[in-house]
Design a protein around this ligand. Structure first.
Ligand code: CDP
Length: 230
């Protein structure tokens, strides 16, 4: 059977990556976390002194160094989940820090960053058989994706989920800071000029505020089976 392309977009911390990973493993597709790629670009910029303490980005130097950034994913044999690699080194933990979260949306709004990551994403998904999550997958990266889902949930519920996730990993976090960060990222993501976050006209909407993980996985699997039997 022909493998399709599945695009899962939505707001920050609404559980897109959990559902996209679970769907991909249930149906034997490859999962790609496009947000991790923007996080890698941000980490690269931070490590190379391209973001000043006040958040100003040295855009000219960043653009010049963009070709040095290669992002890849490798399955972690212990967790069974893909880990993110920046130029061959695992950065899975580091890219999830609050510091990276604080800078990622301005970085992801830069047109040269988007052009480079979009090209890498399109190359990864050329053969179909992928589930990719992000902000612009159904609108800009794969506008012809056969299945598109737009996910959302209330701000407080999303912040609580992200806060719990950081706590579980033993990272430092403050609930109000997490809430403010996700609101600010949603604002920047939705209002930027290039590929803003918006629902594709042909996307199915999922508000998972009051759904458990098994419930959302079942919902997604049911939609997938409907799509492939069309
Ligand atoms: O996990 P969470 O939903 O909070 O964020 P993420 O998926 O890790 O994405 C981090 C950031 O990368 C987002 O806030 C966006 O600014 C940016 N991003 C983007 O611009 N386009 C994408 N396709 C994916 C992420």
């Amino acid at each position: 059977m022909k493998k399709i392309t599945i695009a899962i977009d939505g707001h920050s911390s609404c559980g897109k990556s959990t559902m996209a990973k679970d769907l991909a493993s249930a149906i034997g597709y490859i999962y790609i976390d496009s947000g991790a790629m923007y996080r890698c670009c941000t980490l690269f910029a931070m490590r190379n002194g391209l973001i000043a303490a006040d958040g100003t980005i040295d855009e000219a130097e960043f653009e010049r160094r963009m070709p040095e950034i290669q992002v890849s994913f490798k399955i972690n044999s212990q967790t069974g989940r893909p880990d993110t690699y920046l130029n061959g080194a695992c950065v899975e933990q580091e890219i999830r820090s609050m510091e990276v979260s604080a800078h990622v949306s301005p970085v992801a709004a830069l047109p040269f960053v988007r052009a480079a990551m979009t090209a890498q994403q399109q190359a990864m998904g050329r053969e179909g058989g992928i589930v990719m999550d992000g902000r612009d997958i159904g609108t800009a990266v794969f506008p012809d994706a056969e299945m598109k889902v737009f996910v959302t949930a209330s701000d407080e519920i999303r912040a609580q989920r992200r806060y719990d996730e950081l706590m579980a990993k033993g990272q430092e976090a403050d609930f109000n800071e997490v809430l403010a960060n996700l609101r600010e990222r949603d604002r920047i993501d939705s209002t930027r000029e290039v590929a803003p976050l918006r629902k594709a006209d042909d996307a199915l909407v999922l508000d998972n505020s009051h759904m458990t993980i098994p419930e959302q996985n079942q919902w997604l699997l049911d939609r997938f089976h409907e799509k492939i039997s069309d």
